[in-house]
Write a protein that binds this ligand. Structure first.
Ligand code: ATP
Ligand code: MG
Length: 413
């Protein structure tokens, strides 16, 4: 039997003047999400979106993917029947019986609504009628306040939908409606979460990873690629650009006081990221920085780091407790990768007691002893861009944003 996934989006943007544009982006993202599922078709209807699939297996796969689409708040897998009370009742009884066997709910409730006011039975009558048949067929008890199984019924003009409950989707805004930003992605716990939160606010993202071979091994690079693929499952990342950072780090060690090392690294990261962002048409930078989490992340140090950037630096985790970040990383699916024990370049040549209140003029004094522009240019020239593909999309897409791009390498999904 053919299935429909009912997809609900937040009322937030129903009210906004951007509604049409937001919905257009949401539909495009949903099509991307179900691409590759045979026979899947996205049908926008008033106030939500239906995704048609040919069978149960496709429905489960599509629902799982749609649960990772920002802008949707919930999805339900529904059976489609004619707009006819007998057909609706039969489908609801079958569904309730299957749920009884699978999940053993103690109680149920029927929630009916009709968008087709010409349908001869009011919503309450539908619920009562169907509820009665479900009791007869399954022996389940009704609980209208806290049912363990909610049987949903919606009657449209020429068809009706019957479903059990709703699965949560992440909410937020459709990826892309807020523009594009460049995420500084390390192998840690924080930056993937910061990227996910930015995507949730509608930002499309590319990432840059600063790599320092041979001090930092290939395992660290692979780890960042794995994190990138995990974010791509949420459409939260389109590409990762790997920049060689070894020479810059060595030079900074020569010119700067050791206690400023981390701030100097970050300032160079900002400058290099800004140049890459020009090419990628990204309007902001995103980091996983957090206030006070490590000695180097003080408001003075963040100020010294920000001063080197031309763009706004978004720090979605600035107010987060670590435990909240960790919980979110688990939900996103990046945590287990993030805790793999491979070094990041920020641990290179760093003293035990880094400066906690770096001053911009001290950083500038150190940088005056080197050719900053030449270093930025060399790092940018080393850049290698790897495109990421979300689940279901064919690999190798490259949609020609911007002319001068770093080398593109396709990675299998
Ligand atoms: P994370 O868990 O994201 O590594 P963290 O709490 O360990 O963050 P730091 O290591 O001090 O903090 O890094 C702060 C931020 O700087 C990171 O969240 C990331 O945005 C950026 N960053 C650090 N190292 C790199 C790197 N090698 N490549 C790209 N960005 C980096
Ligand atoms: Mg880190």
């Amino acid at each position: 039997m053919s299935r429909v996934i009912l997809c609900r989006f937040g009322e937030l943007f129903l009210k906004s003047g951007n509604r049409r544009r937001f919905e257009g982006v949401l539909h495009k993202n949903m099509r991307r999400a179900v691409a590759g599922i045979d026979g899947a078709r996205v049908e926008p209807v008033h106030g939500r979106v239906f995704v048609h699939v040919p069978d149960d297996a496709a429905a489960l796969e599509a629902a799982e993917r749609l649960q990772r689409v920002f802008g949707l708040v919930s999805v339900s897998i529904a059976a489609v029947t004619g707009a006819d009370l007998d057909q609706i009742t039969a489908a609801a009884v079958t569904l309730a019986d299957r749920e009884r066997q699978l999940c053993r709910p103690a109680s149920f409730k029927v929630e009916a609504r009709r968008t087709n006011k010409a349908f001869p039975h009011p919503s309450l009558d539908i619920a009562r009628h169907v509820g009665g048949r479900i009791i007869e067929a399954t022996g389940l008890a009704v609980d209208v306040h806290q049912p363990e199984l909610r049987v949903g019924i919606e009657v449209a003009t020429d068809r009706a939908f019957v479903y059990a409950g709703a699965r949560a989707a992440p909410g937020g805004l459709p990826v892309g409606v807020s523009g594009r930003a460049l995420l500084l992605l390390s192998g840690g716990i924080d930056s993937p979460v910061a990227g996910w939160l930015s995507a949730k606010r509608g930002l499309a993202l590319d990432a840059v990873y600063f790599h320092s071979p041979p001090y930092i091994g290939e395992k660290s690079r692979d780890k960042v690629m794995t994190l990138g693929h995990q974010l791509a499952r949420w459409q939260a990342l389109d590409s990762i650009t790997v920049v060689r950072f070894t020479e810059t780090q060595k030079r900074l060690r020569e010119v700067g006081p050791p206690e400023l090392a981390v701030v100097l690294y970050r300032r160079m990261m900002m400058r290099i990221a800004d140049v890459l962002a020009d090419t990628l048409h990204a309007d902001g930078l995103v980091t996983g920085e957090n206030l006070g989490q490590v000695a180097s992340q003080t408001i003075q140090n963040l100020t010294a780091i920000q001063a080197a950037a031309r763009r706004v630096v978004l720090r979605p985790l600035v107010t987060y407790d670590k435990v909240d970040t960790v919980n979110l990383a688990r939900r996103i699916g990046t945590y287990d990768t993030s805790v793999l024990p491979f070094d990041d370049c920020c641990s290179l040549f760093v003293p035990r007691h880094p400066a906690t209140a770096a001053r911009i003029q001290d950083a500038e004094r150190a940088e005056a002893r080197m050719d900053v522009a030449a270093d930025v240019a060399a790092a940018v020239a080393s850049a290698e861009r790897i495109m990421l593909t979300p689940a279901g999309e064919g690999s190798g897409q490259s949609e020609g944003r911007g002319a001068a791009r770093p080398a593109i390498v396709d990675l299998p999904p």
